[in-house]
Design a binder for this molecule. Structure first.
Ligand code: ATP
Length: 303
């Protein structure tokens, strides 16, 4: 498989605090890669390193296709559009004027301005001042500005933060449209149910360590399972799960859903329930979702 972005032993420290520890990202071309982690896990730091806004520790390397970032910095950056933290605009100018200003740098022309404003759904609002745009509109404008020069790769840090459900939906549609055009998108987020709807691949980071990376479907099918137990002793079973570090959720007065990572854990759980005289009247597969998988992975790890 060809990776359009690859890092080798990417590490970073602020003073003596290790923030990223040997991160080996493998981001396939043409996919949407969700970079997931709790607050402070190291997502933004990784993105800043990928964009050359921070310098990694000696021994780390970043590749865009076969080009080493340090040696081909300008070339690599010309293939990337990015949006980190809050997008920066001229608030007193309209959306259209902001694009015209950007076009002084990129020289893509009026037709491209119209094309991008239409793509991000802002053509009708093009003459409105940006300060009057909603948060969702500003986010779409930011993405529009990031894709203006038609880069191959789009890197977005928390693009869904602070958006209402309608705005989230419109960003999701936009990302899927860009993917359909062949763009590769890397986005960081902790809004897991949305990530699940758009991403083809995920990387899960915790305290600067990459815990999982791979296709989302593989993660859902093989790595993790949700099991629902029907029992008259839900509370007792829940306490037992907590004592043995299984992530469990009470679904109803008689149903407990438990996340397990592998077959051994499955056996261990069944043995525990039997040993503690917890009556089981039924066992079935529960709904697997990214949020429970994420909690399971990140709550079991000792770093
Ligand atoms: N300029 C800085 N100086 C010192 N420590 C920093 C600095 N920037 C970030 N950190 C620390 O680096 C760690 C990773 O931060 P980072 O912003 O990369 O996390 P994140 O996963 O993006 O989190 P969030 O979702 O909260 O943005 C945190 O412990 C943070 O406190």
């Amino acid at each position: 498989m060809e990776y359009i972005i690859e890092t080798k032993d990417l590490s970073f420290a602020f003073k003596h605090q290790q923030i990223l520890d040997h991160i080996n990202l493998k981001i396939p071309q043409g996919g949407i890669y969700g970079y997931l982690g709790k607050n402070g896990a190291g997502k933004t730091t990784t993105i800043k390193l990928l964009l050359g806004l921070l310098d990694p520790i000696h021994g780390s390397s970043i590749y865009y296709s076969d080009k080493e970032f340090r040696k081909h910095r300008e070339d690599c950056l010309s293939q990337i559009g990015s949006l980190i933290e809050s997008p920066a605009f001229y608030d007193n100018l309209s959306g259209l004027e902001n694009f015209k200003y950007l076009d002084l740098i990129y020289r893509c022309g009026e037709a491209r301005v119209k094309e991008v404003l239409s793509k991000v759904g802002l053509w009708d609002a093009r003459n409105k001042k940006v300060k009057k745009y909603s948060t969702g509109m500003k986010q779409r404008l930011g993405i529009g500005m990031a894709i203006f020069h038609n880069p191959e790769i789009l890197i977005l840090d928390e693009p869904l933060n602070g958006l209402d459900p309608e705005a989230v939906h419109s960003i999701r549609e936009l990302l899927l449209e860009l993917k359909a055009e062949g763009k590769t998108i890397l986005l960081s987020s902790h809004i897991l149910n949305e990530i699940e709807k758009v991403c083809t691949h995920v990387g899960i980071i915790e305290k600067g360590h990459l815990l999982y990376q791979g296709s989302l479907s593989e993660l859902m099918q093989n790595i993790h399972q949700e099991i629902v137990f029907v029992t008259s002793e839900v509370e007792k079973a829940l306490r037992l799960c907590e004592d043995y570090q299984f992530v469990a959720i009470v679904l109803s007065a008689q149903e407990l859903q438990v996340g397990i990572e592998n077959k051994e854990k499955h056996n261990e759980l069944l043995r525990l329930l039997v040993q503690h005289d917890i009556p089981i009247y039924g066992v079935s597969a529960g709904m697997n979702n990214l949020e429970t998988i994420f909690l399971n992975l990140t709550s079991h790890v000792q770093l």
